[in-house]
Design a protein around this ligand. Structure first.
Ligand SMILES: Nc1ncnc2c1ncn2[C@@H]1O[C@H](COP(=O)(O)OP(=O)(O)O)[C@@H](O)[C@H]1O
Ligand SMILES: [Mg+2]
Length: 224
C-alpha cells in the first residue's frame, strides 16, 4: 500500500544544510495502524508530509498503491491526495469561515467521491457526537470539538489512508481519549490504514506497529 525507498530530505538554508531524513525504507500494508514516535526534531512530521505527498523528497521514492507519487506533477498529486489520503493536524486547521458541516463537506467538494454522498457529512458529525453543532463555526467550538470536526472531515471521502500529526497533542486527556476512540472506531469500520505521529503512549499502545525515528533514521520498528 505505502512503500518508501531510500527516502531522504535535506533542508538548505542560507547558513547551513540539515539532513532531516537520511534514507527511510518502509513498507506499510493496507489496514495497518502505525504509530511513528521519536524525540522532537527527529523528522516525524517531515516523514508524514512526504508520505502524504504534501512535501517532496530530496531523493528517494514514495510509492502509493504501486505508483511513485514523487514523479507526479502537482495537479496529479493533488488528485491522489484528495482521493486517497485524509490528514489530521495537531492544530485542527479548520476553515474559520465555514461551519462544522461545511468543513466536513469540503474534501467531497474538492475531490468528488464516487462512493460518497454529501449526506455522509451529517452521519460523520453524528458519529463524532456533534450532531447539534453542525451549524457552528470553528471559533464557537472547543479544541476537542474542533479536532472531532477535523477527524470527520478527514474521513469524508472514505480515504484508504488516514495520516495524523500529533492529533491529541493539543488536547487534555479526556478529549485525547475521545479522539483515540473515534480513530479506532473509524479505522475498524472503514478499514483505513492509519499512520499517526504521536508522543502519547496511550495512543501508541493501540497501534499494530511502532516505528521510532531518531536523527532522521528508523532506529526501532516493532510489530505486535
Ligand atoms: N524547512 C526546513 N528548513 C530547515 N530545517 C527544517 C525544516 N523543516 C524541518 N527542519 C528541521 O528538521 C528537523 C526535523 O523536523 P520535524 O520533521 O518537524 O521533526 P519532528 O516532527 O520529529 O519534531 C528539525 O530539526 C527541524 O528543525
Ligand atoms: Mg512534528
Amino acid at each position: 500500500m505505502i512503500r518508501t525507498q531510500s527516502l531522504s530530505k535535506t533542508a538548505v538554508t542560507p547558513t547551513h544544510r540539515v539532513d532531516i531524513l537520511k534514507g527511510i525504507d518502509l513498507h506499510i500494508p493496507r489496514g495497518q495502524f502505525v504509530a511513528i514516535m521519536g524525540p522532537s526534531g527527529s523528522g516525524k512530521s517531515t516523514l508524514l508530509g512526504l508520505l502524504a505527498g504534501l512535501d517532496t523528497p530530496s531523493s528517494g521514492q514514495v510509492i502509493l498503491d504501486g505508483a511513485d507519487i514523487t514523479a507526479l506533477a502537482e495537479d496529479e498529486l493533488a488528485l491522489v491526495r484528495g482521493r486517497k489520503i485524509g490528514f489530521v493536524f495537531q492544530a485542527y486547521q479548520l476553515i474559520p469561515t465555514l461551519t462544522a458541516e461545511e468543513n466536513v463537506l469540503l474534501p467531497y467538494e474538492l475531490a468528488g467521491g464516487d462512493n460518497v454522498e454529501p449526506s455522509r457529512a451529517r452521519e460523520l458529525l453524528d458519529l463524532v457526537g456533534l450532531a447539534d453543532r453542525r451549524d457552528h463555526y470553528p471559533v464557537q467550538l472547543s479544541g476537542g470539538e474542533q479536532q472531532r470536526v477535523a477527524l470527520a472531515r478527514a474521513f469524508m471521502v472514505r480515504p484508504p489512508i488516514l495520516m495524523a500529526d500529533e492529533p491529541t497533542g493539543n488536547l487534555d486527556s479526556v478529549n485525547g481519549s475521545h479522539i483515540l476512540d473515534l480513530l479506532l472506531t473509524l479505522n475498524r469500520r472503514e478499514q483505513t490504514t492509519l499512520v499517526l505521529v504521536t508522543h502519547d503512549p496511550q495512543l501508541a499502545a493501540h497501534a499494530d506497529r511502532r516505528i521510532t525515528l531518531r536523527d532522521g533514521l528508523i532506529v526501532e520498528d516493532v510489530s505486535k
